[in-house]
Design a protein around this ligand. Sequence first.
Ligand code: NAP
Length: 717
Amino acid sequence: GESWGSYRLLNLERGYNERQTSRAYLDVTKKGDLNSIQWYNLATGAVGQSAANTSKPVATGANGTVNVQIYYSGVDHKDLALASGQLGSEYVNKVFGFDYGGRRVDTGARVMGISGGKSIATSIEANDRVLIPVPDNWSIEDGVSAISAYFAVWYSLINRAQIEGGETILIHSGTDSTGLAAIQVAKGLSCRVLTTASTSEKRQFLTDTYGIPLDCIYDPNDPSISDQILAATDGTGVDAVLNALSGEKLTLAAEVLGQYGRWVDLDNYDNSNQARLSSAGTKNTLYYNISTIISDETFDIFLPKLIQSFTKWFTDGLQNGSIKPLPRVVYGYDVVERAFKQLSSGQTIGKVLVKVREEEPFNKITTDIKAVDIVANTRSWFDANKVYVLVGGLGGLGLEVAYWLVARGARKLVCVSRSGIKNDYQYVFVKRVETEATGGVGEPAQVKISTSDPSSIAGAEKLIAEAQSMGPLGGIFHFATVLADAFIGDQTAATFRKVCAPKVDALGYLDAVCRKFCPDMDYFVAFSSQSSGRGFVGQNNYGYANAVMERICERRQRDGLPGLAIQYGPIGDVGLWAANDNIDLTSIGMVINTQRIPSCLEVMDRFLSCGDAVVSTIVRREGAEQSGGSAAGAKSTVWHGIGIDMSSLPDDLTLGDVGMESILAVEMQQRIDREYSVSLTTDNIKLITIRMIKDFQNSDQKTVSAQIAEFKKSLKK
Ligand SMILES: NC(=O)c1ccc[n+]([C@@H]2O[C@H](COP(=O)([O-])OP(=O)(O)OC[C@H]3O[C@@H](n4cnc5c(N)ncnc54)[C@H](OP(=O)(O)O)[C@@H]3O)[C@@H](O)[C@H]2O)c1
């Protein structure tokens, strides 16, 4: 053209992928980092398609589901375990949420329910048969304070352990919501209740509010607790133990369980108590671990039947007065991370709730439910019925993205390669994409390997036709690349052609073919490079090819079609760069670090909804000049959030000595890693002393980094 211009890198605005929405759910971006808990848009959306923020929910959905607008959601120990990343790979795709209460959109009736996840949210599509009416004289808040606790107690103590009047029941963690519900139920049955509580305030509360004599409430941290319980039962032990997972130390030994006793674990994910129990030599005992009854598989078959029996029992309990709402601490949706910290502190009496919206005047039945406005991140989801084509999909990044697409809902992929699978790594990875990536949800994924080469128009047409034979095209993700690096004087037309073919030609032809045959697809994503954005020694042809791909994406966006080019910097784990692990980035003038795959995927997720055509991501090297002078001297906030009153404690005490929760240690671990670039184990963190923390609080970041590194070294010795 006639006009001149320039390309510049501009910072994306903070919150660029946030949208105001009335439909959101809570999740954690980075497992193990409580600070990364965020609201996400419940609506799914692709580039250029604004996520459906305003659409009214449909009252009834497929397979007998009903839309429930949520007013309150419970925060449970399982959510904490999910947030901390403590659960196994089968939980990777699980989202927070277990219990909730709100209104049915179809009738306006107030209901409460148990969910398999995604219910710390503004709404949920619930199975009609697992909804329980909120009692007439209870608020929805009352209902959510109680529903999961009573359900757990009914299932564990009544349905499974079959406790009876006159038996002695040991209820661990007596002041958490399940403990309190269990105490009420056991007392209602005229059982003798023994319980545990870790502080004198909690013990006093149990005495004052629930009438448990102080000598029946034990300190779980007291090493002689088993002896005390055996003494209190004349050496025979208790008839049943309810051993809820809690932040408190589990010091209860198996010998407290008497002959014919029943031991019930709630949410114990490692089954270690079962082994303890069998090695204790107690006779004729039964062990139940009921953490797994709520799963995607059991939800529709098993739960409705259970809920039916539970509802009858619950209604009887309301009438005879043994079931009452539970104490709770309530946080608004705008301070939701505080709800998680509250639960992880181990200081809560009763339930922790998130309030999503205000309940209308008591007991009114209405379908006119007020919308809430939540600032939420947009997260990409992919359609199980659509086909996603990954050109170069058997390469390093391509396989990782294939896995991620399936984890986010896609089930039909076409991976394009010149030769097909040629090594074990690709073979095994594709198998993982087909099965493991689904997280057990829905059908296994289909991964078709295609050798149609889109760097000719005939090849591109053939490829798209192949993909469309599997279903409508959902998107193209383009990774194909070959390198021919050399200084410009050594480059030839042939080396340029070689590098441009899989990028410029292939993307250009795919653009043309898709415009013709599938203009409605949702994604068209090209993986570009910093070689285009910033330049890289010897990569003139590669930089050029990437720049042309970016222009193709820009032109698509101008034409109202999806188009996104992402300039990555060097990726650390797989692909082109990872093979060159001997290159020191600083020696070639780059003050950046390699980007790890989880981070590449996380930013890609955000970029997919940002609306720009060309975006760039790099990981700045810690301490490099770009970070600015002031940040280095700034004091850290790491040490202020640990909720320990330092002034009252002796300097030599360690965080382990003061009973630091594991979950908090995991959080500290993340923060220390992030702020000081030192990776400590959670056990290391528990060895940090009060004196060290006092020092850290008064020192600048650089000094603390050095001190922590020194501390780590000293542990190794
Ligand atoms: N890795 C990084 O550090 C990094 C950094 C910045 C940008 N990127 C960009 O990210 C994308 C993926 O990079 P990567 O690291 O995953 O590279 P990679 O591991 O080398 O994978 C690229 C794949 O492209 C395939 N390919 C080449 N020509 C093809 C053609 N004509 N048709 C179909 N497939 C073809 C090759 O597979 P076959 O041999 O099986 O055909 C190869 O496995 C590239 O676009 C790259 O520019 C990567």
